[in-house]
Ligand binder design. Sequence first.
Ligand SMILES: Cc1ncc(COP(=O)(O)O)c(C=O)c1O
Length: 462
Amino acid sequence: MATTQPAVRTGEELQELAKRHLWLHFARMGSYANNDMPIIVRGEGCHVWDEKGNKYFDGLSALFCVNIGHGRADVAQAGADQAKELGFFTNWTYAHPPSIELAARIAALAPGDLNRVFFTSGGSEAVESALKLARQYHKLTGHPNKTKVIAREIAYHGTTLGALSATGITNLREPFEPLTPGGCHVPNTNLYRLPEHMDPMDLAEAVAHRIEFEGPDTVAAVIMEPVQNAGGCFTPPEGYFQRIREICDHYNVLMISDEVICSWGRLGENFGAEKYNYQPDMITTAKGITSAYAPMGALIASDRVAEPFLEGHNSFLHGITFGGHPMAAAVAMANLDVFEDENLLDNVRTNEPLLRGMLESMKDIPIVGDIRGAGYFMALEMVKDQETKETFNGEECEELLRSFLSPELYKRGLICRADDRGDPVIQLSPPLIAGPDDFAEIHGVLRPILEEAADRMKVAGV
Ligand SMILES: Cc1ncc(COP(=O)(O)O)c(C=O)c1O
């Protein structure tokens, strides 16, 4: 059993200090003037508790991170044990055993010749590193003008300025423009809303078209998630990634699989590229690599991409002080032990149909439009009309998601994501230890809320 330190401060004191001093990420801070902040103080398995003692089902693994579940003090202990030996040394021109062992373990698990691991502190830095590596790789191999990156609309690839230029969410980009030049976007694989005249594989051809349009000599990389998170778990059509691979090879463009969410069991495999059977030149990962018991990310590069950097005086002119932090690396090793010892990938593969089935069972509620996703990474899209798939306008989304669903889900004990970066969706991404009882608990909260949402938005059945 995990233990937590007894709270030194009362809930009210925590609220007061938080409201005065803490800046929450992506949060409308003004909304906390008259409302309490959600303050999570403890976690165990699939559940967390707030400062008032309320219990929640963590249907989002605390932002797609806590894959092994909460309260695994044994995993954190691996970091403490490592600290007794070597609390910190950098990978900036030095190596140390924990990052060596972890790099070798990741290389053994990663598909094909993805054998070289560059550690970072998180996902945005992993993406930033991949984009910089792509640029420098092309400069070293005689293609200095290859600098652009092709990503997909509505995709989220992180917030640092380079990664943000790949992120395809207009309102996240606008406040920070001009961004790093070179970010280009193509349609995502929203198959639910695929225009009637289009074949799903046209979505892959759009990448070739864009490379031609930009000029093949100017394009360095394509970056895509195996299942696109933002917009609501867009899965690829059959053969999509194989065609993207061919296009990348044809134009000498590097293929980056952004698996900050989709690796480490989220889709039932160690890597999303394995799930869809393609071979990228680089994988970016973070979150589940340590199940968030320590902050860590990584860029995994193929031997081919690493090769020019191993010659003569060449070096990847990029570094991050905490990349490969020994305590984080030790935690990652312990986390991967849990994956193996407790067969977490099998648990996801076995129970995925039950999670999907639980969501599908709510299709009788008139507001439920589409259910999609893979593994323990699912979205439920809400519509005004199941037949026509008519969606909600901006004002209605505000009402549906922010005035009703988000606060109500939380009040009734379910942490999940109610999001409208594309069309409005509820996303679920539970810890990989979850099973049928947990799905029943999610269903118990979700069904009545969706029924009420349909009433509130005046969505009637057909
Ligand atoms: C696909 C993808 N890439 C990059 C990132 C950025 O990762 P981080 O928030 O760790 O910087 C995220 C974060 O959710 C992500 O989902």
